[in-house]
Design a protein around this ligand. Structure first.
Ligand SMILES: C[S@@+](CC[C@H](N)C(=O)[O-])C[C@H]1O[C@@H](n2cnc3c(N)ncnc32)[C@H](O)[C@@H]1O
Length: 231
């Protein structure tokens, strides 16, 4: 995939306007999932959003009292997205908790095991080498951490797709392109090829908002102290 094909089809400003307002129901639903995972990990301190666009989802998460304990890193390949994100972060004085890094999901300039929770939304279909990208995401997870990856699927429920396209139209954004998206079977195959099949869960609801897409959970096991110590 060429670089310009990985970019969203809109300018960073247009994309920012769309995600700042029109995808709030999806932000809320994903926030509920993040809260669930944070509550299972009382010591969790850092969330990384891979392909964070202009940081609007992160800024929403950062306002939630139940996520007060977290700091946030957003990554994106494109400098225009990152700059627009930094502007949005500065506008609400959240630079002390949210930062953006320009880096490619296929070779992220972030250290091993730096994240308790990773999220990545509407990104999988943009990646030129999803197997490599999934391995990179796993590299960033701390032992005991979880990655939650959401994407639209090629065969969404017609009702969920109609609602999604209605929100896009309100923002002046054209309908979603389904041809470029994956089916759950294809994503299962990618996870297996990444060596993550046995640690990943894949869900594709048939009703409600989530019937638009799928959720992948990748779990990084906690290290077995006994087997890793010299005995
Ligand atoms: C559809 S947008 C989703 C943005 C954000 N996650 C959201 O839910 O609003 C896809 C994002 O992935 C980014 N992206 C595409 N290829 C990438 C890559 N190789 N590495 C990191 N980010 C990438 C794009 O620049 C864009 O911001």
């Amino acid at each position: 995939m060429k670089l310009n094909e990985a970019h969203v089809r809109y300018s960073a400003e247009e994309y920012d306007r769309y995600t700042a307002k029109f995808v709030r129901p999806f932000d809320e639903a994903l926030a509920d999932r993040v809260i669930e995972e944070v509550e299972k990990r009382p010591g969790a301190s850092r969330l990384v959003d891979v392909g964070a666009g202009t940081a609007r989802l992160l800024l929403y998460l950062a306002t939630l009292p139940r996520l007060d304990q977290l700091t946030f890193i957003g990554t994106d390949l494109f400098e225009d997205m990152v700059q627009q994100g930094r502007k949005a972060i500065a506008d609400v004085n959240l630079a002390n908790r949210v930062r953006m890094v320009t880096t490619d999901v296929h070779a992220m300039e972030l250290p091993d095991e730096c994240a308790d929770i990773i999220i990545s939304r509407s990104t999988l279909h943009h990646w030129s080498d999803p197997v490599r990208a999934l391995r990179e995401i796993d590299r960033l997870l701390k032992p005991g951490g979880v990655a939650i990856i959401h994407d639209v699927r090629r065969d969404p429920s017609p009702e969920a797709l109609a609602e999604f396209n209605r929100l896009r139209a309100m923002a002046g954004i054209g309908p979603a392109f389904l041809d470029e998206k994956f089916t759950t079977g294809e994503v299962r195959d990618l996870l297996d090829r990444a060596g993550l099949g046995t640690r990943a869960l894949l869900g594709a609801p048939t009703e409600g908002l989530w019937a638009l897409g799928m959720e992948v959970e990748i779990h990084k096991p906690v290290r077995d102290v006994l087997s890793s110590s010299a005995m």
